[in-house]
Design a protein around this ligand. Structure first.
Ligand code: 13P
Length: 285
């Protein structure tokens, strides 16, 4: 089926109490692996790419892979740009048929973040494109984006609710103590803030920093309205290890399709595990 906006997908997930996995892919093979896992489990899914990955391959190339893969899939698939600070990159996504975008103006003061996010919602709405925006700042490194522990701060629930009332968002990402990359210790999640935000708005919430969270944290966050869960770091590990491990075990084998297939299967298995954990299996219509 054609690629879809994540807005109705996430609204339904929030209503029914599960989360849609949003997986950061890096090439055609990883996109194909994510869709194959979703298809096998009959789950809606979000394929998201970083601005750095778009700069590497181009908007049009990625959209072409995803249109081709999406049209063959019988499950809803959204194509999303993750953590985009640059409105020009978002214009490119809109022009090339992407169905979903994240404007990350979280480093700006509240009013400027709101104004920039509103500008993107107004640009995207006529094209039926869903928008995610962030408040507070999530720590860690995600591609070109790096937020130190000192700069990271949690979302203020009152401001978060005002932000959600002011904007018609497909997903709202409040910083609640999770982080991009690998956790050094046990993450401290501000469940009190998440609960206050979740009680005050029906906007589906996006949980960033999904790699390394315990099942207990994940299920609690889903119960508190998180309907989109982002996985990037673990997918990158499976992607690289899948290829490298095959070669280590078969050092004389230089048939590229074999390590490529091992890599594909490693990513597909990883995604399938997360989709089941998030409760998305069987939810695709
Ligand atoms: P991880 O790096 O924890 O997988 O987080 C991914 C993410 O939130 C991307 O925006």
């Amino acid at each position: 089926m054609p690629l879809v906006s994540m807005k109705p997908m996430l609204a339904e997930a929030r209503r029914r109490g599960y989360a849609v996995g949003a997986f950061n892919t890096v090439d055609y093979g990883s996109c194909k692996a994510v869709l194959a896992a979703a298809e096998e489990l009959r789950a809606p899914v979000i394929v998201q790419l970083s601005v750095k990955t778009i700069a590497y391959w181009s908007h049009g190339t990625i959209a072409a892979w995803m249109r081709e893969l999406g049209e063959r899939a019988a499950v809803p698939v959204a194509l999303h740009v993750d953590h985009c600070k640059d409105v020009k990159v978002i214009e490119g996504c809109i022009a090339h048929g992407w169905t979903s975008v994240m404007i990350d103006a979280s480093a700006l003061p509240y009013e400027e973040n709101l104004a920039r996010s509103r500008q993107v919602v107004e640009m995207a709405a006529p094209h039926g494109i869903g928008v995610e925006a962030e408040l507070g700042q999530i720590a860690g490194v995600e591609e070109d984006l790096s937020v130190t522990e000192q700069d990271a701060h949690l979302a203020d629930p009152q401001k978060a609710l005002a932000f959600c009332r002011a904007l018609d968002l497909a997903a709202f990402a409040p910083a609640i103590g999770t982080a991009h990359g690998l956790y050094k210790g046990e993450p401290r999640i501000a469940f009190d803030r998440l609960e206050a935000i979740s009680r005050g708005t029906e906007t589906p919430l996006a949980l960033h920093g999904g790699t390394g969270l315990s099942d207990e944290i994940i299920q609690r966050c889903i119960g508190l309205g998180c309907a989109k869960i982002n996985i990037s770091t673990q997918l990158k590990h499976s992607f690289v290890d899948g290829f490298v491990d095959y070669h280590r075990q078969n050092p004389k084998d230089y048939e590229p399709l074999k390590p490529i297939d091992a890599q594909y299967r490693a990513v597909k298995d990883l995604v399938a595990g997360y989709v089941r954990q998030f409760g998305g299996a069987g939810k695709a219509g």
